[in-house]
Design a protein around this ligand. Structure first.
Ligand SMILES: [Zn+2]
Length: 143
């Protein structure tokens, strides 16, 4: 099991099977940075996860590259989009980031990128599927 698969299994355990998936393309980064700078905690958490992943892609040396989740092309050598997978819980500061290269999603639509990320997750966790957040009722309870 590689690090990505180990990360997925950890996220899966913590999520008890319910995951939140977020697609981040290059064009999404400036608005996220502005939102984070403006105090948006959700954007700040996304930037935190994304920053660690992009740093890893940038630092990767030949032979130890971070690969596309779909085709195993080295991300450092192409444009790519990110799929952030987090346990669906109150604390979403930790998550897993996957990269999907531009060769695998030539049109770069969010739906295509999400589908590629989901296909990768299904290899590790066959029951994976994306839920619309509106389908999930979170009852915080009252004492
Ligand atoms: Zn690819």
């Amino acid at each position: 099991m590689d690090n990505i698969e180990a990360g997925i299994m950890r996220v899966h355990r913590e999520a008890a099977g319910v995951l939140a998936v977020e697609v981040v393309r290059y064009s999404d980064i400036p608005p996220l940075l502005f939102a984070a700078a403006g105090g948006d905690a959700s954007a700040e958490r996304t930037i935190g996860i994304l920053g660690g992943f992009l740093d890893g892609v940038g630092r990767a040396r030949r032979g130890n590259s971070i690969l596309c989740a779909t085709c195993r092309h080295a991300l450092k050598r192409s444009k790519f989009a990110c799929v952030i997978v987090r346990p669906f819980r109150d604390d979403r500061s930790e998550g897993l980031c996957l990269g999907v290269c531009a060769r695998c999603v030539p049109h770069g639509s969010v739906a295509d990128i999400e589908a590629k990320g989901l296909a990768f997750l299904k290899r590790v966790w066959p029951e994976s599927r994306i839920l619309d957040p509106g389908q999930i009722h979170v009852d915080r309870g009252h004492a």
